[in-house]
Every structure is written in structure tokens, then in C-alpha cells.
Design a binder for this molecule. Structure first.
Ligand code: FAD
Ligand code: FES
Length: 259
């Protein structure tokens, strides 16, 4: 884990409330694995002590680390107004990462909103490529479609209002594809979507990795603000795990799903 004062190379709106920011972070970039995140100290924010976590979307050989973010509150609003040449302090890379398929499984990526940023480095790394299922409330929440197509992914879309792709939830779009042999599912999106996915896949033999988005404070395992329940061999059957340290990527078989 490294802290690095990182110069903003570019910060631009990509669609609606979504932005891409590129930092020059040559030290952090050296050790990034797909699915990890950076904890960003947003320059100009009143409560500087509270960093904001963002998945690492992409990295380049020349030290650029990119994040895709949605403006949802004060921190992301201030971030969207920072300009080229300004600096933010980055802490990272943090957390667990997606594991590449070990048995040549076909990868199915299931994502919502900025979840598609979390799986992009994995998609770049996958040899056999695969299919990505994008779920959103409406078309304004669909991002990175062309980027995944360029990587050779088959892109399937579900929107709740039916404005693009199949109308409905991404889980119903995914369901018919789950009968295939030798699959591995990677998923990242809003927690209700992730827990719905978890419940749908819990009784199958499919290997599933989920990246869970729990609000964080320290980001480095010290404060226990980000815990969730994982299975354990104790009397109650569960214990807490920190989503910033043991996660954010968990294997579904380890997550304790409450009824
Ligand atoms: C591991 C991880 C990776 C993430 N990756 C990305 C990413 O790649 N791109 C991106 O845009 N965002 C990502 N997030 C969420 C991002 O951290 C929050 O949106 C951001 O911290 C909000 O800061 P803010 O000051 O703008 O909003 P705040 O003022 O802190 O909050 C505004 C609203 O957003 C809600 N909110 C805040 N944090 C979260 C959260 N973690 N999950 C759900 N709702 C939240 C609050 O409840 C509130 O309603 C990630 C979060 C985690 C834990
Ligand atoms: S945010 Fe402090 S332990 Fe995870």
C-alpha cells in the first residue's frame, strides 16, 4: 500500500453524472490487480480526513491510473471540479482482487453503474473474453459499452424502463445463460443487485465472485466501519469481514446471506 500525491492529467465528463479522472500515480500503478480500489483524498473537501474509495478502472504502462466516478454527493462533486495539474493524495492499491478463471471457465460479467469500471482490468486480462451483462435503471446509467465491445466482449443490456435492451432486471437477463457448462461469474454493482445475484446463484455450482460496495472510513482495515457477514465455523455460523481488507471482492460461497 502506497500513498502518492498524484497529479490530475485529465478529468472529464463521460456521460450524465459520470466522469473519468486520470491521475499520474506511477508507484501505485506498479502493483494493481483487477478489482482493487484507491482511497482518494479529495483536494478542497472540508473533511479531508475522510477519503473516498473508487475502483481502479484502468492503468497504463506510463503510470496513469484512471477512475470512473458518479457525482452523488459533496466529495464527488468537488472531485468533478478539480482541473488538470491539480493534485489529490491517493492511497492504494487496496483490497482483494478478482481471480482469473483457473479451469478455462467462460467469464460472465454482471455489472450495474460504476460496477463496470471495477471489472474492466479483469476483462482486459481475460484470454477467452466473454459476455458482459449491464443492468441499469435507464439509459443514462449505461457506461463503457464501447470499451467492452472493443475488448471483444459480447454486451447484453437490461434497463428497468426498457429504454435500451431488455426491459427488467439484469438478473432476469442473465438467468437463461446460467445453464451453460464451465462458467465463472464476476459481479459488481449496487448492493441490492449483488445480494439478488447472490441469492439467485447460491444454490448453483457456479463459481461467483462479487465486489461489494460498503461505505468505508479508513479503507485499510483499522476501523471496522465497513464490515459484512461471512460464513464461519462458530455457533452462529458467521463472523464479520472487512470489505476494505478481506474484500471488496468476495467469493459467493464465503458470504453469509441472511434470509
Ligand atoms: C470498494 C468501493 C469501490 C467504489 N468504486 C466506485 C467507483 O468506481 N466509482 C464511483 O462513482 N463510486 C465508487 N464507489 C462509491 C463511492 O465511494 C461513493 O459514491 C463516494 O464515496 C461518495 O462520496 P460523496 O462525498 O460524493 O458522497 P456522500 O456525500 O458521502 O454520499 C452521497 C450519497 O451517496 C451514498 N453513498 C456514499 N458512499 C456510498 C457507497 N459506498 N455505496 C453506496 N452509496 C454510497 C450516501 O449514502 C449518500 O446517499 C465505491 C465504493 C467502494 C466501497
Ligand atoms: S473502512 Fe476501516 S476497516 Fe474498512
Amino acid at each position: 500500500m502506497i500513498t502518492e500525491n498524484s497529479k490530475i492529467i485529465k478529468n472529464r465528463n463521460i456521460k450524465g453524472e459520470y466522469y473519468q479522472i486520470d491521475f499520474y500515480s506511477p508507484e501505485i500503478v506498479k502493483t494493481v490487480f483487477p478489482g482493487q480500489f484507491v482511497h482518494v483524498q479529495v483536494t478542497g473537501l472540508r473533511d479531508k480526513i475522510f477519503r473516498r474509495p473508487f475502483s481502479i478502472f484502468d492503468v497504463s504502462d506510463d503510470g496513469v491510473l484512471s477512475v470512473i466516478y458518479k457525482v452523488v454527493g459533496e466529495g464527488t462533486d468537488i472531485l468533478s471540479k478539480l482541473r488538470e495539474g491539480e493534485y489529490c493524495n491517493l492511497l492504494g492499491p487496496l483490497g482483494s482482487s478478482y481471480q482469473s478463471p483457473e479451469h478455462n471457465e467462460k467469464a460472465l460479467l454482471v455489472v450495474g453503474g460504476y460496477g463496470s469500471a471495477s471489472t474492466y482490468l479483469l476483462a482486459k486480462k481475460l484470454k477467452g473474453k466473454g459476455t458482459i451483462f449491464l443492468g441499469a435503471k435507464n439509459s443514462s446509467e449505461l457506461i463503457l459499452i464501447d470499451e467492452y465491445k472493443k475488448l471483444g466482449f459480447d454486451v447484453k443490456i437490461a434497463t428497468e424502463d426498457g429504454s435500451v435492451g431488455k426491459q427488467g432486471l439484469v438478473t432476469s437477463l442473465l438467468a437463461p445463460y446460467l445453464n451453460g457448462e464451465n462458467l465463472k461469474v464476476y459481479a459488481c454493482g449496487p448492493n441490492p443487485m449483488m445480494y439478488a445475484m447472490g441469492r439467485m446463484l447460491a444454490d448453483t455450482k457456479i463459481n461467483v465472485e462479487l465486489s461489494l460496495d460498503h461505505p468505508m472510513c479508513c479503507g485499510v482495515g483499522a476501523c471496522f466501519a465497513c464490515v459484512l457477514k461471512v460464513k464461519a465455523g462458530n455457533e452462529q455460523g458467521w463472523e464479520y469481514a472487512r470489505s476494505c481488507k478481506e474484500g471488496p471482492v468476495f467469493n459467493l460461497k464465503d458470504i453469509y446471506l441472511e434470509a
